[in-house]
Write a protein that binds this ligand. Structure first.
Ligand code: FAD
Length: 469
């Protein structure tokens, strides 16, 4: 009898423990993706990127003689329906670690098991599942460096190759058409993001890391530079599971064995991703509230319609490097890590706005959106998170720009105002924003909505107030 293989954020064929287990049974496999409550809640850009990923993944399955069945609606109902339509007796999937997916998967597991359907879940999204690492006293980690030290020398299972064929069922169940889901059109922003650069899929991810490995030796020196292509840009592939972290780990380790520099620093960043999942799994409130409850009394602005927030979202704060980062994200769905820290620091400190407002905007705009990394990143910058940057360390955007964009190339790439011949990217921002924002490239660049020293002093005074409570 067939196995229903439920793909979620694991849109790949290699380095896939769950798929390998299904193939090893020798039984027919019915690959399914269900656009359910969890994926329907994705923000605009991640939903758009999911659509691209599903299209390419469907083609990859066809190339090995299979196909991707698409269903929309409640996952349990669809899985039950598919079981009765196809005579399948098992459902396999890769584990997810966010609270919404865990709740859904547990309910599905218990209901299907009671109905005599075997359910099996597997690792694959992480290098180390959250419960397999801990402090010497068996507690979850709350600080990054000890976690990094504890996993650094661990064995990571060697990833499997992709299967050359998938055994197929006698009859295929009905499938939706991907185009009917309107994943791209569902973007509630003004225009489609301008992303000719996005190359979805597993093969593209592999090509991408091959290219990056040729320049990983400059990772340590260039990774913070806003103007250079110094990082791997792998996050969107990892987020959708178009590449597995074990593959990345092993490819980088092979480079290390050949004596290439920069590899350890890179693996350390990959473990930051693991740390985020570790924190979220053990304390799901990472996603919803201040990790340190003392921050509940901080006088954050919590109004999403506050003019400062609108100016920040529209990338018209009058602080060029902040606006450049936000425009980069709006146009491409990506933002450099250094820029993420700068714009987040500016929102939470100079504008004293709650990190959740920024987190939600990123959720809507980033094609690499990841619940754990996004929440951890915001709480880290805001100072409310575990192992966070102290609040009083307030980034000065000008100093940051001078250090990490010394020739102002990043600013020229994204800020059109005041330039004789703005670059295509800088102009693209004005094409991408909705008409209701009323933005034009020939407008004057705005004055700062809050002067840096004024914002900084206000934030520090509020912080002193919090400490004295
Ligand atoms: P590289 O420097 O090449 O790093 C390699 C990989 O390591 C990344 O692909 C990513 O998987 C992981 N990684 C690197 N830095 C971090 C980090 N600080 N935290 C967790 N994982 C990390 N990352 C996301 O994937 N999705 C998000 O939604 C997200 N939101 C963020 C929000 C804020 C406020 C901040 C400060 C950071 C956020 N990050 C997020 C982390 C980081 O900015 C991105 O992972 C990184 O910019 C992706 O680019 P890259 O693949 O070129 O990174």
């Amino acid at each position: 009898s067939p196995i229903i293989f439920w793909f979620r954020r694991d849109l790949r064929l290699s380095d896939h423990p769950a798929l390998r287990a299904a193939v090893e049974t020798g039984r027919p496999i019915i690959p399914v993706f269900i656009h359910d409550g969890v994926s329907q809640q994705l923000g605009s850009a991640p939903k758009w990127r999911l659509g691209l990923g599903l299209e390419v993944f469907g083609q990859s399955l066809s190339e090995i003689g299979s196909r991707l069945i698409l269903r929309r609606g409640d996952a349990l109902e669809h899985l039950q329906g598919l079981v009765s339509e196809t005579g399948a007796t098992a459902v396999y999937w890769s584990r997810a670690y966010d609270p919404a997916s865990i709740a859904r998967d547990s309910k599905i597991k218990s209901t299907l098991s009671k109905q005599g359907v075997q359910t099996k879940s597997f690792a694959g999204h992480l290098l180390f599942e959250p419960w397999t690492v801990g402090t010497k006293t068996g507690q979850p980690f709350r600080v990054f460096t000890p976690m990094w030290r504890s996993v650094q020398g661990r064995d990571v299972p060697t990833p499997d190759m992709s299967p050359s064929r998938l055994p197929v069922p006698e009859n295929w169940p009905a499938s939706d058409e991907l185009t009917d889901w309107h994943l791209g059109v569902a973007m509630n922003r003004g225009a489609q993001i301008v992303c000719p650069h996005v190359q979805p899929g597993e093969q593209a991810a592999r090509d991408h890391i091959d290219g990056f490995l040729e320049r990983i030796c400059t990772y340590s020196s260039n990774r913070d530079r806003l103007d250079l292509n110094g990082t791997s840009n792998l996050s969107e592939y990892l987020s959708l599971g178009e590449i597995g972290p074990r593959s990345v780990w092993h490819m980088v380790q092979r480079a290390a064995l050949m004596g290439v520099n920069g590899t350890e620093n890179y693996l350390r960043q990959l473990v930051w991703r693991e740390f985020a999942y570790h924190l979220m799994y053990h304390n799901p409130q990472l996603l919803t509230g201040n990790w340190r409850p003392g921050w509940n009394n901080f006088p954050w602005n919590t109004d999403p319609d506050h003019p400062d927030v609108i100016a920040w979202k529209q990338a018209r704060t009058g602080i060029p490097v902040v606006d450049a980062g936000l425009r980069e994200m709006y146009v491409t769905g990506r933002m450099h890590n250094r820029a993420r820290m700068i714009v987040a620091s500016y929102l939470t400190k100079h504008l004293m706005t709650h990190w959740k407002i920024g987190m939600q905007w990123f959720e809507d705009c980033l094609i690499d959106w990841d619940p754990a990394a996004n929440a951890m990143g915001w709480q880290w910058v805001a100072g409310s998170g575990p192992d966070a940057s102290p609040f009083f360390r307030i980034f000065n955007p000008h100093t940051q720009q001078e250090r990490f964009d010394p020739n102002a190339a990043y600013l020229r790439r994204w800020i059109a105002e005041g330039q004789q011949n703005p670059s295509d990217t800088a102009r693209a921002y004005f094409d991408a924003t909705p008409r209701s924002w009323g933005l034009r490239p020939d407008m004057a660049y705005p004055s700062p909505i809050v002067e840096l020293s004024e914002g900084r002093n206000r934030a520090l005074a509020a912080y002193e107030g919090l400490k004295n409570q």
